[in-house]
Design a protein around this ligand. Structure first.
Ligand code: 5GP
Length: 180
C-alpha cells in the first residue's frame, strides 16, 4: 500500500510501518513470555479492533495460556446507573487467574477503566493490560498500561485492526489522519 490512503472522505498518511510494529510486538511478546512463565495466563482480546494485534502477539507467546474474546458496548442505563458497559463473551472463571487484557488503542482510557472494574470483580490473581497504542495526552486514568507498543499523539489512526467508520482495518501498517 502507498504512503497515503483515501478512506471514504478522509485522507490518511502512513505513520507506523509493518516492520516497526512487528519489531515492537516481538519485544512485547518476549517480556510477556518472561513474566508469565508457569502462570498459565488468560488473555482477553477486546474485539473488534485488537484482532490483528492479538493474533501477531499471541503467535509469539510461548507460555501455556487460554485466549478468550470479548465485545464491549456502552448503552445508557437508568439515571442512577448512568452509562453501562455491556460485556459479551466473557464466559470463563477468572478467579485466581493471571489475566492480560489485549486492546488495540487506549485513548481516554474510560472504556478499559469500566471493563477493568468488571474483570477485577471476578477475583483474578492479577490483571495486566497490553495495548498496541496509547494516546498519553488524552489518557486520564490512574491505571498503567503494562505492555505497550507505541505512545502516539492525539490524532486519529486507522489500520492494523483499527477502523474509520468500519473501513481501514485490513492494513499491516498504521495510518494517521492528514489534516488538510
Ligand atoms: P477510550 O475509552 O480509551 O477513550 O476509547 C477507546 C476506544 O476508542 C478504542 O478501543 C477505539 O475503538 C476508539 N479509538 C480511540 N482512538 C482511536 C483512533 O485514533 N482510531 C480509531 N480507529 N479508534 C480509536
Amino acid at each position: 500500500m502507498s504512503n497515503t490512503w483515501f478512506i471514504k472522505d478522509k485522507l490518511f498518511t502512513k505513520y507506523l510501518s509493518s516492520e516497526e510494529i512487528q519489531n515492537s510486538v516481538r519485544s512485547l511478546a518476549a517480556r510477556i513470555n518472561q513474566d508469565m512463565t508457569d502462570k498459565n495466563p488468560v488473555f482477553i482480546v477486546v474485539l473488534n479492533g485488537a484482532f490483528i494485534f492479538a493474533a501477531d502477539l499471541l503467535k509469539k507467546v510461548r507460555v501455556d495460556c487460554e485466549i478468550v474474546f470479548v465485545k464491549l458496548s456502552s448503552y445508557s442505563g437508568t439515571q442512577s446507573t448512568g452509562n453501562v458497559l455491556e460485556v459479551m463473551g466473557l464466559d470463563i472463571s477468572l478467579k485466581n487467574r493471571h489475566v492480560i487484557i489485549i486492546e488495540d488503542i487506549v485513548d481516554t482510557g474510560l472504556t478499559l477503566h469500566r471493563f477493568l472494574d468488571k474483570v477485577r470483580a471476578m477475583e483474578p490473581a492479577d490483571v495486566r493490560i497490553a495495548s498496541c497504542l496509547l494516546k498519553p495526552d488524552a489518557f486520564k486514568m490512574d491505571y498503567s498500561i503494562d505492555y505497550l507498543c507505541f505512545s502516539i499523539p492525539n490524532e486519529f489512526v486507522v489500520g492494523y485492526g483499527l477502523d474509520y467508520d468500519g473501513l481501514g482495518r485490513n492494513s499491516a501498517d498504521i495510518y494517521k489522519i492528514l489534516n488538510t
